[in-house]
Design a protein around this ligand. Structure first.
Ligand code: ADP
Ligand code: MG
Length: 287
């Protein structure tokens, strides 16, 4: 499922003195099967941008197409689009409401008119994707679960709709490192197994360096950088100016280079860093 934005501009509180441009002339094409990391300083427009992907927000000017369907037209049915472009908001656990996990996760499919048997199937499948056991949890209140489990139940609620595109707004915010790691691994597995397109908004350069095939960097409502992680993290100075960083391991390579070790800096993983340092040191010994 592809998403295309053409010259999209958007302001909140339009026609008031408070009006402020949140998106400025954004054009963007997302292809089927991509894993996109969306980064940028706070207030740069990330959350505003993703809410245009399923018609939750409509541009003041410009066009949004999902699989060729123009979301900005008045008579476009957004129901189907919202089912196909699943959106996991920040702190999605705040939107839990069901008395049981089964009721909560099954809400979308049930509401869509699927028979209870199919709903159960979808709930099982969705819980499995986020590493939760259906039998153990189905009758429990989602409110009595741990923080990490609540978050996963909320994500499962979106997955139960079997979206083609999964958009997650800072899904690991506020979780401990182990919880973060698990959720990211689950999202990665979901992307790799099913053919689902993922757009992941995050603050963590480490996370995104490992998972995304493409990074989009927002700055003041515009797309500032767009490319492979290697290409984007190659712009360390530019990222620094925006108040963003590079992964720690990349930063280390820049440090080594600044101190006179002739290493490459286009490195995103510890394994590659190790190999590169050994290569350079080994070369030194041969001399
Ligand atoms: P990000 O997700 O990158 O932090 P946002 O998309 O939330 O950025 O915000 C972009 C701009 O729009 C910011 O200037 C922010 O203050 C403003 N903004 C976001 N949400 C609202 C809102 N509901 N009402 C008014 N202004 C908003
Ligand atoms: Mg945001």
């Amino acid at each position: 499922m592809s998403i295309r934005l053409e010259n999209v501009s958007f302001s909140y509180l339009q026609n008031t003195p408070m009006s402020q441009a949140a998106l400025r002339d954004v054009s963007l094409q997302i292809e089927d099967g991509e894993f996109i990391g969306l980064i940028g300083p706070t207030g740069s427009g990330k959350s505003t941008l993703i809410q245009h992907f399923n018609g939750l927000l409509k541009p003041d000017s410009g066009k949004v197409y999902v699989d060729g369907v123009d979301l900005t037209l008045k008579d476009t049915q957004l129901r189907l689009i919202r089912q196909k472009v699943g959106m996991v908001f920040q702190y999605p656990e705040h939107q839990l409401f069901g008395e049981t996990v089964l009721e909560d996760v099954g809400f979308g499919p049930r509401n869509g008119g699927l028979p209870e048997e199919e709903v159960t199937l979808r709930v099982k499948e969705a819980l499995a994707y986020v590493g939760l056991d259906y039998e153990a949890l189905k009758d429990q209140s989602p409110f009595e679960l741990s923080g990490g489990q609540k978050r996963r139940v909320a994500i499962a609620g979106v997955l139960a709709m079997r979206p083609s595109v999964l958009v997650l707004d800072e899904p690991t915010a506020g979780l401990d490192p182990a919880g973060r790691e698990e959720i990211l691994a689950e999202i990665k597995a979901l992307h790799d197994q099913g053919d689902i397109t993922v757009v992941l908004v995050t603050h963590s350069m480490e996370d995104i360096a490992r998972f995304a095939s493409r990074l989009i960097v927002m700055e003041q409502g515009r797309i500032a950088l767009d490319g492979t992680p290697l290409k984007v993290f190659g712009q360390a100075q530019r990222l620094k100016e925006m108040g963003l960083g590079v992964p720690e391991i990349t930063d280390l390579m820049y440090e080594l280079k600044a101190h006179g070790l002739d290493v490459k800096t286009d490195i995103l993983t510890v394994a590659d860093a190790e190999a590169e340092i050994i290569r350079v040191l080994g070369r030194g010994c041969d001399k």
